[in-house]
Design a protein around this ligand. Structure first.
Ligand SMILES: C=C1C[C@]23C[C@@]1(O)CC[C@H]2[C@@]12CC[C@H](O)[C@@](C)(C(=O)O1)[C@H]2[C@@H]3C(=O)O
Ligand code: AKG
Ligand code: FE2
Length: 377
């Protein structure tokens, strides 16, 4: 069994506790919550509303040079920006949120039909109770794969939902399938902008991500009576390449920038985009993957829809030659997304140091740990 999951399991056995289940319908109303959900004081959110982070709202229909400049500036600073006029129908956004509500308000047993199995990244996870022994996130998630190279036009999304939840979820699966296709289109467009802003041309990263093997995660944060001692999503950098997030109007996303936590206020119709660790490596460290988290509140549930662009599993992650020179030596070794995903699923709880820890791990465990069959750099 993998270390992080084994830790939770061993902890439960050692203390003779029954396996912890995050039954949101029950826990939401309780003041007395299991200690596994309580975060240490130095990591928990402060009651004073975090000040807002000024994240540029980039109009994708504006002048191309201006878009490239704004994206480049944000990515060098903290790696977060928002986009409007992105071409994603607001009715589709609303529909995806409705389907998300319908799923998470089902009885626990019905959601558990899609239970994520140990070592897998897809399926229903109620707070990762089987995976971590402490600092549990106050949320439920449903994750599935969107495979751009798949024969199915929807990347296999509807088929997955029907397989796990039954025929009555086909229509929801089709909605998420359309949503993912739109995210796929938008993320490839953004890859062109990122390539242009890094001076390697529009085609480079678009080509790299053609046939991508991505992931969609629906996050559902129930209200919590102890919002200043819990966290919806703990501090982490996304290990993936590019994240496109749509948050509802509740608010809760915070970014650690300029030495403090600041919030990204919801903006109707806007999508929040951030650079992940894998793109930070592809840009040879030029663009930043930034620490972020989600806080919860005592009043209302919060939803967010996250699309994580990921390369094909065995594609070698290596920056283009133009980004490597005497002043900019290689910041990270070659690796595959399969190896980094495996590292975060089995050996390391994602945080702000994931990429450094992964680099150390590769150097300590021979180069096959990077997923590269024949070359070391
Ligand atoms: C509280 C947490 C949520 C998270 C696990 C974590 O401890 C901090 C990292 C988060 C992260 C980031 C990478 C993956 O997206 C994820 C599924 C994981 O394994 O670690 C998430 C977890 C999450 O989103 O709930
Ligand atoms: O819900 C949010 O606003 C953030 C979620 C997140 O960071 C993630 O799913 O990786
Ligand atoms: Fe994230």
């Amino acid at each position: 069994m993998a270390e992080v999951e084994a830790a939770a399991h061993a902890h439960q056995q050692q203390h003779q506790q029954p396996a912890l289940v995050f039954d949101a319908a029950r826990l939401s109303g309780q003041v007395d919550i299991p200690q596994q959900f309580l975060w240490p004081a130095d990591e928990s959110p402060t009651p004073d509303a975090a000040e807002e982070l000024p994240v540029p709202l980039i109009d994708l229909s504006a002048d191309a040079e201006e878009v490239i400049r704004q994206v480049g500036e944000a990515c060098q600073l903290h790696g977060f920006f928002q986009v409007v006029n992105h071409g994603v129908d607001t009715a589709l956004l609303a529909e995806a949120h409705r389907c998300t509500d319908a799923f998470f308000t089902l009885p626990l047993a019905a959601k558990q039909r899609a239970q994520r199995r140990q070592g897998e990244s897809c399926g229903y996870a109620s707070s990762f109770t089987g995976r971590f022994a402490s600092k549990l996130p106050w949320k439920e998630t449903l994750s599935f794969r969107y495979c751009c190279g798949s024969e199915a036009a929807d990347g296999g999304v509807a088929g997955y939902l029907v397989e796990k939840l039954g025929e009555e979820f086909r229509q929801h699966g089709e909605v998420y399938g359309r949503y993912c296709s739109e995210m796929s289109r938008l993320s490839l467009e953004l890859m062109e902008v990122l390539g242009a802003s890094l001076g390697v041309g529009r085609a480079h990263f678009r080509r790299f991500f053609e046939g991508h093997d991505s992931m969609m995660r629906l996050n559902y944060y129930p209200p919590c009576r102890r919002p200043y001692e819990t966290l919806g999503t703990g501090p982490h950098c996304d290990p993936t390449s590019l994240t496109i997030l749509h948050q509802d109007d509740v608010g809760g996303l915070q970014v650690f920038a300029g030495g403090r936590w600041r919030s990204i206020r919801p903006h109707a119709g806007a999508l929040v985009v951030n650079i992940g660790d894998t793109f930070m490596a592809l840009s040879n460290g030029r663009y930043r993957s930034c620490l972020h988290r989600a806080v919860v509140n005592s009043r209302v549930p919060r939803r967010s829809l996250a699309f994580f662009l990921c390369p094909e599993m065995d594609k070698v992650v290596r920056p283009p030659g133009e980004l490597v020179d005497a002043h900019h030596p290689r910041a990270y070794p070659d690796f595959t997304w399969r190896a980094l995903l495996d590292f975060t699923m089995r050996h390391y709880r994602a945080d702000m140091r994931t990429l450094e820890a992964f680099t150390d791990w590769i150097s300590r465990h021979a180069h096959h740990a990077a997923g590269i069959a024949s070359q070391l750099n």
